[in-house]
Design a protein around this ligand. Structure first.
Ligand code: DGJ
Length: 761
């Protein structure tokens, strides 16, 4: 991995043998893009990849120029990466190269989540300073290339340079106002792409959508104050013939949890500009002399092995160099959460009875969800009153947690620290702490308001209150929820000309609280949540290594949700629970083994009352838990490979394979049964071609079909325990409905896992 600078032609070449990212400083000082793709020789010049000379009727810089960080008002009429309003009201900047630095390693971004290195040898960073001479605005572009990933991490620092050092007349005084500061902008030389985005709504997050790029601007964005379930801060461009395993694809992922925008402009001259960062809608940030603003980090990934290649890189990077702390590299406990089991209707005895039966089944962590504090018996009150409701829990959190621990389990607790209910002691004492515009009614959502986290004293108060709770009892896990979007955005602490800073300051407050709590309680496993997956993004993964993916726990719905989320996010980050049937969100009745076979590919747990399960399902749960415990390191760390898309039909399949390719688990899901005979072969991937693998099936075939299989096996020489070559499994496929394994009439909502163990080299 190396960043090469060639002063003679102004080129910077970032390469790690997998990718090259090449940019250049032109003779006029502008920073232009030359290339992002498969690694090119670092010794050759590439200036000829830049713009052609002919500029037609374009102005100034020309529509043909590929910029690294385009600005507005100087002849490039496409989407800008930055706009700055000067004190005189003008908003033209013309940034030119001033300086650069190259160094080993990667620096943190103050107050913001970001990928990191554990040793300087893991990455190299390039910083380039561009300066608008007339205003003194300095734009520092940061690029990090990692040794082991086909990834470039970018962010930008904008500084009001204060005193004019250039000798030019200044058009502004001390005041500069940023109204757009994207984390990255990339100009690609053609338009032959499909745009992939993850869209949805509450309980149907992460729906993967793929559409051909068309002329004009298209993308995803949020103005909700959270990244949102409607759209995720991830997009990919894939060549129109690219699939899961082949073809070129580029991913753009933003480590940010608030208002964002990711969009592409396919221009009139055959190029594509992609920009990603804080949503400029409603955003502004005042920069006094000498002050700086740091954007969040955008992580750009290039793949020549299709979408699978993007996911491989994002999963590995985010699991090991974005997530942090004690739990990053540890297997997560199997948990049971009482939410769908009881909702608000519980007392200590009911909770303990769930804990007791769960413990007997092998569950390791009991999580008490919403409803334990203040006077909260439904969702109309008490957010902000972080003291226990003794009517429900006479022994307090401590009493309950100790009883749970005495069963041999760990104890976890739900909080929603960013919220305040109108019906709460906190609101009575501090009505001005809720976000809102003085004199205007506040919009209630789920009967609650949002605390103004742009105010340090409010964050301090909640830090103290939550710290008291976490210190009061043996708490091993925290689920941090956030259940409404922000309306009437306004902070009483900000002057009129700084209200545009509110949303970002809110996020900085959330991140600071997360940072303080995770630092104060480093052994606690934090799981983030926002009405399911409404704030499931790389920003949150920096603080909490797992997040509740969706309030929809139906196994069939989850196939699409987990498939979509896995484009960018590793299964280890996806909270996935087995819940009751009929399912509470869609009413579907599915076998409990199928529910588990989907949830295994996530941070696994249960969300039901075991007392309501028949004995046969309890036996199944016990079996599921021991199966999961035997394989959970593989589920957490294995390479996740998508095989058959649930978006294309009524079958789905995916697998995990260990780094050394010695072990794998393949899942096949048949959502709707089909008549016999069917010969479905799923071509596996990631195995060792010349190794043999022993295959066993989970759940084990039932007795009667097992004997039928024995007879069949005698005939075909196959059994539930069989051996196949890695080459056959990848090139011919695994016969997932083979009568050697089980009855071919599957019924609906049927799932099987195939456990592969390498037996020869
Ligand atoms: C929304 C979450 O997604 C649920 O899992 C649950 O914690 C509820 N909030 C509790 O109010």
């Amino acid at each position: 991995m190396k960043i090469t600078h060639t002063p003679e032609n102004g080129e910077f070449h970032l390469s790690n043998g997998m990718i090259s990212y090449i940019l250049r400083i032109y003779e006029n000082g502008y920073a232009g893009s030359l290339y992002f793709g498969k690694a090119l020789s670092p010794v050759r010049p590439y200036g000829h990849l830049g713009p052609r000379d002919f500029r037609g009727f374009s102005h100034g810089t020309g529509d043909f120029t590929r910029f690294e960080y385009p600005s507005a008002g100087n002849g490039d009429f496409r989407l800008p990466a930055i706009t700055v309003v000067h004190a005189d009201g003008s908003s033209v900047i013309d940034p030119v190269y001033r300086d650069h630095r190259i160094y080993s390693g990667k620096k943190p971004i103050p107050g913001l989540p970001a990928t990191y290195v554990e040793s300087d040898s893991e990455a190299e960073t390039l910083e380039i300073d561009l300066v608008d001479e007339l205003s003194g605005v300095i734009i520092t572009l940061f690029y990090t290339i990692f040794a082991d990933y086909p990834v470039i991490a970018r962010h930008v620092r904008v500084t009001n340079g204060g005193a004019n050092t250039s000798g030019c007349a200044r058009v502004s005084g001390a005041g500069e106002t940023l109204t757009c500061a994207m984390s990255a902008s990339v100009d690609l030389p053609d338009q032959n792409w499909d745009l992939i985005a993850l869209t949805g709504a509450w309980a149907r997050e992460f729906q993967a959508e793929r559409l051909p790029l068309r002329r004009g601007v298209q993308g995803v964005a949020s103005v909700r104050g959270v990244s949102g379930s409607q759209q995720n801060p991830f997009i990919a461009l894939a060549r129109t013939n690219a699939d899961e395993r082949t073809g070129e694809a580029i991913g753009f992922s933003l480590a940010y949890s608030g208002n964002f925008r990711a969009e592409c402009e396919a221009d009139s001259f055959g190029m594509t500009r992609v920009r990603m960062g804080i949503n400029p809608a409603g955003f502004s940030w005042k920069l006094g002399a000498g002050e700086s603003f740091d954007t969040p980090e955008a992580i750009l990934c290039w793949s020549e092995t299709g979408l699978g290649g993007l996911s491989d890189a994002y999963h590995a990077l985010y699991r090991t160099r974005l997530a942090r702390g004690h739990w990053r590299d540890r297997d997560r406990p199997v948990l049971i959460n009482n939410w769908e089991g009881t909702y608000f209707d519980f007392d200590e005895e009911r909770l303990l009875s769930i804990a007791r039966s769960a413990q007997a089944l092998g569950v390791e962590l009991f999580v008490l969800d919403d409803g334990w504090f203040g006077k909260r018996n439904d969702d109309t009150s008490s957010l902000g009153d972080w003291f226990v409701n003794r009517a429900k829990l006479p022994g307090g959190i401590d009493g309950l947690a100790r009883k749970v621990e005495s069963l041999g389990m760990k104890f976890g607790l739900w909080i929603e620290p960013e919220m305040i209910s109108r019906e709460s002691e906190l609101f009575s004492a501090h009505p001005d702490w809720a976000v809102g515009v003085p004199g205007r009614p506040r919009t209630e959502a789920r009967h609650q308001y949002v605390l103004d986290y742009s105010r340090a004293e409010i964050v301090d108060h909640i830090f103290a209150a939550i710290t008291d709770v976490l210190k009061s009892a043996p708490i091993s896990y925290v689920k941090w929820d956030m259940n409404r979007n922000i309306t009437e955005p306004y902070s009483m602490s900000l002057p009129a000309d700084r209200q545009g800073e509110f949303f970002h300051r809110y996020m900085l407050g959330v991140y600071s609280l997360f940072d303080r709590l995770t630092s104060a309680f480093p052994d606690i496993l934090f799981e983030s949540c926002s009405s399911g997956g409404a704030r499931f993004d790389p920003g949150m993964l920096f603080y909490a290594p797992q997040a509740w993916l969706s309030d929809d726990s139906d196994a069939v719905e989850r196939l699409r949700i987990q498939w979509g989320a896995s484009l960018c996010y590793p299964p280890s980050s996806m909270g996935a629970h087995v819940s009751a049937s009929p399912n509470h969100q869609v009413g579907r009745v599915t076998p409990i083994a199928t529910r588990a076979a989907v949830a295994f590919f996530g941070a696994f747990g249960y969300e039901l009352d075991p007392a309501r399960l028949p004995q046969s399902e309890l036996d199944s749960v016990k079996n599921q838990i021991s199966f999961y415990k035997a394989h959970r390191t593989l589920f957490r760390t294995g390479r996740f490979i998508r095989l058959v898309s649930p978006y294309d039909g009524t079958d789905a399949s995916w697998m995990v394979v260990s780094a050394d390719r010695s072990r794998a688990i393949v899942a096949f899901y048949r959502v709707l049964g089909k008549p016999f005979p069917v010969a479905v072969r799923v071509k596996l991937a990631g195995l060792e071609a010349d190794a043999a693998y022993r295959i066993t099936v989970w759940p084990a075939p039932v007795a009667e079909s097992a004997s039928a299989q024995a007879a069949d096996g005698a005939r075909t020489g196959e059994s539930a325990l069989t051996v196949r070559g890695g080459d056959e499994l990848m090139y011919s496929g695994l016969r997932v409905l083979d009568s050697a394994f089980f009855e071919p009439q599957t019924g609906d909502f049927w799932a099987r896992l195939f456990v592969l163990e390498r037996i020869t080299k």
